[in-house]
Design a protein around this ligand. Structure first.
Ligand SMILES: Cc1cc2nc3c(=O)[nH]c(=O)nc-3n(C[C@H](O)[C@H](O)[C@H](O)COP(=O)(O)OP(=O)(O)OC[C@H]3O[C@@H](n4cnc5c(N)ncnc54)[C@H](O)[C@@H]3O)c2cc1C
Ligand SMILES: Cc1cc2nc3c(=O)[nH]c(=O)nc-3n(C[C@H](O)[C@H](O)[C@H](O)COP(=O)(O)O)c2cc1C
Length: 763
């Protein structure tokens, strides 16, 4: 086969090597616009795992790369005159130039033809080649020449960065330095890659960059300014650029590239040309070289070029998406870093280390147990004001709000049971809530309990509008208080336009087959074409609904509930006032967000006035309508939360969606937690995260990173009411209270866990 690689970076060179190794009879040419020694950029981070892959592919070059590796284990964060270092992270680096020289020599030795200083402007001269590899980097001409086929999606990210190098040593740790300047925060990512040189990437927000005047100064002045900013860490060493070929400012925005297709006829994209990974997860070169191996391999093992391309795309795309997902989290963390710079250095460090969501709490324990133990102690001391005698996972640290102290931070999320009769809870509810309260969570929520018969979602929903309801709820609350040390919260709501619908396991949100009751809403906007048209509420309706909330709150107080939550999420009445998707009013209750919040805030104030001063009120909101700019966005959710905080809400329960049938939610592990993170750290209010959180590890990392104060689990508590007690046993936490009659079960569980750990060689 005659193959040409356009571009002689890691992708092109390593593909040429990989192809030649598999069959020396191939005729392979690499075309590179630069000379062999004038590479730009500094160090490249690889891992031992990548090196193993390279070794299996080509032991000769892998050995040379390994010999050049600089290893470092620590990550150091310099912030507010403090340096916090954690260990066990295991990186290795090599100079980009050295890496390319090794690959060039190896390619030459295998008989690859290297053509330097040759610009591949068009594909025409290469039409006689059997295979054309577009390995021409992030701004690939090969990709743009067939953009209609490859359909690239280029996302220009928000921060500005400049790649610099320095002879200052950063050989003891991968180092992040955050400096506050008069123009805003500027930070550096620094790491050693050979005996004398370290990469030093300087990054800041676009706004800071413009304020600092970096937009109209050249590279020399940029370097001079950066040297001043980071003087404390540079120890008198200079910063250096090797990108003087770039015209104008040397600052760049990172381009996240992904293409719909990577191949067309005999042309295939490879490396950055096909997909990029943000430098903060340091995997661009790894991705490029591992993809090069896969492409060469499939060209040999598959029956045709087409089949090889298909397999290459299928398999490598998965890897790319996985990495881009982690890289997106990491990129966004840096883009929003100013949100976190009020955090204590310990928490900032933890948040930074777990930013990509690839590293969890227990993972950090394996890397550096002493550091994590310190961090856990810091968390507990901050919460309780006392130095803990033993180490406890964050989920077992008490949480206090007003007079209510929760024994831990696990919450049973509100979940409709559809087992009530005329709004009255039944024995089902007694057993259901009693079980969850016995199961170890600090706080157990009731399902959405409706403030009036017509405020119910379904005929099976619980209510709190008749004396008998109060009595039945009191029996449940009394049991929880008498037999457990859990607290119990009532969630109050009104269904609005989503009312008079079927039970959850029938056709959810569809109207009843018969005996529908009238539904109301801020505007005549139905939930779906099949649902009833709600009647637009007038002032009298609003007063009545507000009075219903007040009556329910008074009943909840008499029933003995510890905590009250107003359900302002999921498209029910209050939520339908807040989102512009269902509120078209032209009076002072519609229009801008302030107006749309007016009625929900009026109801909050009315409830707060009758709810005891020493008991908390939380509000559940939908922080994202998932319909783009037409609906509530996470940014709006911060504004909503700020209004609720001013009104006196104690905690925001951050849910999302269910406000429109047009919504296109992006699901995933902990998918709503970023909204909680944003609200907590931008609006400065306690939050509760919820949504696809199911492992103790998730809970601990959310809490420790300051992404929420409490963590709500819904479905996991349906599957296992004793979720928290099991988590305690898994984590070796002995402070969880088991009901006395169950102590023998606890002891056996602990013994079995201990035995399993011994068998697994963990002890
Ligand atoms: C300037 C630069 C510096 C970098 N520095 C670092 C770093 O310090 N650390 C790190 O981890 N990652 C760095 N990266 C990112 C990482 O190296 C990339 O993810 C990785 O290099 C991808 O390999 P690649 O071969 O696909 O692309 P590249 O390494 O970008 O290689 C593409 C090659 O194609 C050549 N080329 C482009 N167009 C043409 C053309 N029309 N004709 C001929 N040749 C062409 C370019 O000169 C380049 O040598 C850097 C990237 C760039 C572009
Ligand atoms: C059966 C069921 C009923 C629910 N009922 C309510 C409810 O009454 N009020 C509410 O705010 N959320 C309700 N939810 C949403 C949950 O509280 C939670 O936000 C959602 O299930 C995501 O959490 P999870 O991934 O832990 O299940 C319900 C969820 C389920 C599964």
């Amino acid at each position: 086969m005659r193959a040409v690689c356009l571009g002689g970076g890691p992708a092109g060179l390593y593909f040429a090597i990989s192809l030649k190794r598999r069959d020396p009879s191939h005729d392979v040419v690499v075309v590179e616009r630069n000379g062999p020694d004038d590479t730009f950029g500094w160090g490249v981070v690889l891992s031992d795992e990548t090196l193993d892959n390279l070794k299996a592919n080509d032991p000769e070059s892998a050995e040379l790369i390994r010999r050049e590796f600089v290893y470092w284990d620590d990550i150091a964060v310099h912030y507010r005159d403090k340096v916090i270092t954690s260990s066990g992270h295991g990186f290795c680096g090599i100079g980009r130039k050295r890496l390319l020289n090794i690959l060039q020599d190896r390619a030459r030795a295998l008989g690859v033809q290297l053509q330097f200083e040759t610009e591949a402007k068009v594909l025409e001269p290469y039409r006689d080649f059997d295979l054309i590899v577009g390995a021409d980097g992030v701004n690939s001409r090969v990709r743009t020449s067939h953009a209609d086929i490859f359909k690239p999606d280029v996302d220009v990210r928000a921060c500005k960065y400049v790649w610099l190098g320095t002879n200052q040593k950063f050989d003891d740790a991968f180092t992040f330095i955050f400096e506050e300047t008069e123009h805003g925060w500027i930070w550096a990512h620094a790491y050693q890659f050979d005996a004398d040189t370290a990469t030093f990437i300087v990054e800041c927000s676009q706004a800071t960059w413009a304020r600092a005047g970096f937009d109209h100064i050249g590279i020399d002045e940029t370097i001079a300014v950066c040297e001043k900013i980071f003087a404390r860490n540079l120890g008198g060493h200079r910063l250096m650029s090797n990108a003087r070929h770039l015209r104008g400012s040397a600052w760049l925005n990172f381009n996240r590239v992904l293409c719909e297709r990577w191949s067309y006829r005999n042309i295939v994209l490879l490396g950055d040309a096909a997909a990029t990974a943000h430098f903060s997860v340091g995997s661009g070169s790894k991705l490029a070289m591992e993809s090069a191996i896969a492409l060469a391999e499939y060209l040999h093992t598959e029956s045709s070029m087409d089949a090889a391309f298909r397999r290459y795309e299928d398999e490598r795309r998965l890897e790319v998406l996985r990495l881009q997902n982690a890289a997106r989290n990491s990129t966004e963390w840096f883009e929003n870093v100013e949100r976190y710079l009020h955090l204590d250095p310990v928490q900032l460090n933890y948040s930074l280390l777990t930013r990509s969501q690839r590293i969890s709490h227990e993972n950090l324990r394996r890397r550096d147990s002493a550091w994590l133990a310190d961090a856990e102690r810091w968390f507990e001391k901050k919460a309780t004001g006392q130095t803990p005698l033993a180490n406890h996972a964050p989920m077992f640290v008490p949480f206090r709000v007003r007079s209510i102290e929760l024994k831990n931070r696990v919450v049973v999320s509100p979940m409709a049971q559809y087992r009530a009769v005329d709004g009255n809870p039944t024995d089902w509810h007694l057993v259901h809530y009693a079980e969850r309260a016995k199961g170890g969570a600090g706080l157990v929520f009731t399902e959405m309990t409706c403030v009036s018969p017509e405020g119910r979602i379904t005929p099976g929903c619980t209510g709190l509008y008749r004396d008998e309801h109060e009595k039945t709820w009191k029996r449940i609350v009394d049991f929880v208080h008498a037999e457990t040390d859990a607290k119990i919260a009532i969630q109050l709501g009104h269904s609005g336009a989503k009312g008079s619908t079927q039970l959850g396991w029938e056709t959810m949100d569809a109207p009843l087959a018969a005996d529908n009751w009238e539904v109301i809403g801020p505007s005549p906007v139905r939930w779906s074409p099949g649902n009833q048209m709600p009647r637009e509420m007038n002032r009298a309706d609003m007063d009545r609904v507000s009075d219903d909330y007040v009556r329910a709150a008074q009943m909840a107080e008499r029933a003995g509930f510890d905590w009250l939550e107003l359900h302002y999420a999921h498209g029910y009445l209050m939520s339908s006032f807040i989102t512009p998707l269902t509120n078209n009013r032209t009076d002072s209750y519609g229009g801008n967000l302030e107006n749309r919040m007016r009625f929900p805030l009026e109801v909050f104030h009315a409830v707060r006035a009758v709810w005891p001063e020493d008991k908390p009120i939380s509000v559940r909101i939908s922080a994202h309508d998932w319909v783009g700019a037409d609906g509530i966005t996470p940014q709006d959710a911060v504004a909503i939360s700020r209004m609720l905080v001013v009104a006196g809400v104690d905690l925001i329960d951050v849910s999302a969606g269910q406000t429109s049938t047009r919504a296109k939610p992006i699901y995933g592990r902990m998918f709503q937690t970023p909204f909680s993170d944003r609200i907590r750290n931008e609006a400065g209010v306690a939050t509760m995260a919820v949504g696809n959180i199911y492992e103790p590890d998730h809970v601990n990392s959310i809490l420790m990173a300051g992404r929420a104060d409490l963590v709500c689990l819904a479905r996991p508590h349906l599957a296992n009411p004793y979720w928290t007690l099991h988590a305690a046993a898994d984590l070796g936490y002995e402070g969880a209270t088991w009901p006395k009659p169950y102590l023998a079960g606890r002891d056996q569980l602990r013994r079995l866990k201990a035995r399993a750990e011994i068998m697994a060689g963990k002890v």
